[in-house]
Design a protein around this ligand. Structure first.
Ligand code: SF4
Ligand code: SF4
Length: 297
């Protein structure tokens, strides 16, 4: 199975748009002859919530998960950073595949839950909401399409646990689509903006430290109780990160800045820039400074 950066399967697609109450014929189960075939040749783009679920399942940090289980790629011509699920050494099979099936089934990524469906989100001109439509992906190796089970898209989504993933990742997908559709009009974001995109999208543990740091406080005007919630609620932290990215990438005023904060930081950055970073704390401070640079663009 394969997905593009917006989560849309790139495999053979039946070009009929379906709504939530439309029905399709499909069933996947352990006894089927093609069991595991779809996971033997994967190309799966990971979303922020996929990574949060999987790294928590393995009991490792997001950074360690990224290093061990993902491969990076550019999501667009500007080099917007994306991550794909790693395959086994010398093979196209998923690292999580076992002879009994998916080794991370209850925490499998959104793309795995969607299969054999795909989703496209579109916003009509002057509409405040996205409209989703669905399509069936029919690959030759997948025999699930011949099983005598018919269900609505709504029921299939519920059964696969897709709703929660979509609710959490929706804003992130919008950011990618907006970046892609605005193309040359917004130009290439700075390296610093991309670093922040990576941190907020994929390295949620690193992003938590970034938000916790005194430098972040110096700039962003966050209610202390809300900030405390962010420290203990990973989903809220992810969603906050997506808000911050709209500010960093598109200049939307999504998070209040403290008065004079940007000017002060830029001045400090100018002074500090003459010296080489001495330690990790310094590197973190530099990362924050780079954020200001991007906000100042
Ligand atoms: S995570 Fe599980 S379902 Fe998804 S490709 Fe890997 S083995 Fe298959
Ligand atoms: S029916 Fe399709 S999705 Fe299910 S195991 Fe077979 S190839 Fe994979």
């Amino acid at each position: 199975m394969s997905t593009d950066p917006s989560g849309t399967p790139t495999s053979p697609i039946i070009p009929t748009q379906l709504g939530l109450d439309d029905k399709f014929q499909f069933r996947c189960h352990k006894g089927i002859t093609c069991f595991n075939k779809c996971c033997e040749n994967i190309d799966i783009t990971l979303t922020p919530y996929d990574i949060a679920r999987l790294k928590n399942r393995f009991g490792i940090s997001s950074r360690e998960f990224i290093d061990r289980f993902t491969v990076d790629f550019a999501m667009d011509g500007h080099g917007m950073p994306g991550l794909k699920l790693r395959t086994r050494e010398g093979s196209t099979a998923c690292v999580n595949l076992t002879p009994e099936g998916c080794g991370v089934y209850s925490d499998r990524p959104a793309a795995c839950r969607y299969y054999a469906l795909g989703m496209v989100s579109m916003r009509k001109k002057d509409s405040p909401v996205d409209e989703d439509s669905y399509f069936v992906v029919k690959e030759a190796h997948c025999l699930g399409h011949f099983e005598p089970q018919v269900q609505t898209i709504r029921d299939y989504r519920r059964e696969q646990g897709v709703d929660l993933y979509d609710e959490i990742n929706r804003e992130w997908r919008r950011i990618i689509l907006k970046k892609r559709s605005s193309g040359p009009t917004v130009g290439r974001p700075s390296e610093r903006s991309f670093e922040l995109f990576f941190l907020a999208s994929y390295d949620v543990d690193g992003f938590r430290e970034f938000v916790r740091s005194p430098g972040f406080d110096e700039v962003f005007d966050l209610d202390p109780a809300f900030k405390e919630e962010l420290m203990h609620d990973e989903v809220k932290l992810l969603k906050f990160g997506f808000r911050l990215l709209r500010q960093v990438l598109f200049g939307e005023k999504t998070i209040a800045l403290k008065p004079d904060a940007v000017e002060k930081r830029i001045e400090r950055y100018r002074r500090r820039n003459a010296q080489a970073p001495a330690d990790k704390a310094q590197a973190l401070a530099d990362a924050q400074d780079r954020l200001y640079e991007s906000l100042d663009d």
